[in-house]
Design a binder for this molecule. Structure first.
Ligand code: 13P
Ligand code: SF4
Length: 338
């Protein structure tokens, strides 16, 4: 039976519903229990920078999505517990098809990845038969399988520059990252109209006011933000890029325009510096990703204990998707990037 990722997701949801609702003994020390499970099951725990501090602290690796999947692939673990969102766990599975990959909450999706369903994209792509497809890794395994070259927000400019100038490019799924790459490379691309709900919410007006209150603070932003926010930034980079920047830059304070989970690692790495979350344009002043925050320590414990919900991807999709990631890695290696 050749089930699509969507179908598998639904099957998995039914299977795990029971144990997700299970009560956990409140006297359990979940840190200890997770440590025990790691040993017992020869498992590694991965946490994206946007996870809650507790989850970051118990993880074996904390990082951006691709970096985490690469780290896990290099280990001899039998099981990967990916505290992140669905597309990230899929990438881990693509890079480690022989390992079992579990995720604390199967409903931890992503507005950006969801904005580009593979079936619609396949039709869109037919309109541009001579174009090369470059996709940001923040997309489903099925979209990766329709992609020629993947990219991350760190290597996107190198990937696009590696393509001959007269070659047309479709860029998916993030229109903001796409527009940023167009600006830096001077290349025109066909952009899929997708976006991340967290990075689109930052308000230029509120950031201008905040900057007036903290004139010494540098503004740093993720390229998934909209152009008016990026224009205010002193530095633009991926989550790993932002983290590196605050450690090497001489400034003492930063206004950070990305999901606020990253502040935990920034504060750990630079305890004497000040990090101010950029203000979003909403009333609750929250710039947390609701998908990332579905994961909790309890759900991490349960997914490791019951080895569910598991990420499964049809072999053919793994094979095709892997090619687009490998092409990106070749280009990154040629450019001297990690
Ligand atoms: P990176 O960690 O790859 O920069 O991606 C940011 C993001 O929004 C992940 O969900
Ligand atoms: Fe998706 Fe944006 Fe959340 Fe990242 S922050 S998982 S891109 S919705």
């Amino acid at each position: 039976m050749n089930l699509s990722t969507e179908q598998l997701k639904r099957e998995g949801e039914i299977a795990v519903k029971g144990f997700l609702n299970m009560d956990i003994d409140p006297s359990l020390d979940l840190f200890d229990e997770i440590r025990k499970l790691k040993k017992e099951k020869n498992a590694v725990v991965l946490a994206h920078y946007y996870q809650d501090p507790d989850i970051q602290d118990i993880a074996d690796f904390v990082g951006d999505s691709l970096q985490l999947s690469q780290e896990a692939a290099r280990t001899k673990a039998d099981m990967i517990a990916f505290a992140g969102v669905h597309f990230m766990a899929e990438t881990a599975k693509i890079l480690s098809p022989e390992k079992k990959v579990v995720i604390p909450d199967l409903k931890a999706g992503c507005s950006l990845s969801d904005s580009c369903p593979a079936s619609l994209f396949a039709k869109f792509k037919e309109k541009y038969p001579d174009h090369v497809v470059v996709s940001y890794v923040n997309c489903t395994a099925e979209l990766k399988a329709l992609t020629d070259i993947c990219c991350t927000s760190s290597n996107a400019v190198f990937v696009v520059n590696s393509i001959p100038k007269d070659q047309g490019i479709i860029f998916a799924p993030d229109k903001n990252l796409g527009a940023y790459i167009e600006k830096v490379t001077g290349r025109k691309m066909i952009l899929w109209n997708g976006a991340c709900m967290v990075h689109e919410i930052f308000s230029k007006e509120k950031m201008t006011k905040l900057k007036l209150r903290h004139p010494e603070a540098k503004i740093i932003a993720h390229p998934e933000c909209e152009a008016p926010v990026l224009e205010m930034a002193d530095y633009i980079g991926s989550t790993s890029g932002l983290l590196k920047f605050v450690q090497t830059d001489s400034s003492q304070s930063f206004i950070v325009a990305t999901e606020s989970g990253i502040l935990h690692q920034m504060q750990l790495k630079c305890p004497d510096k000040t990090f101010i979350p950029a203000p979003p344009n909403n009333l609750c002043a929250c710039n947390e990703c609701p998908h990332m925050k579905r994961n909790t320590l309890e759900k991490l414990y349960l997914c490791m204990k019951y080895e569910l919900p598991e990420i499964t991807i049809p072999d053919q999709i793994i094979k095709q998707a892997r090619k687009s990631i490998d092409r990106m890695m070749e280009i990154s290696a040629r450019a001297g990037l990690k």
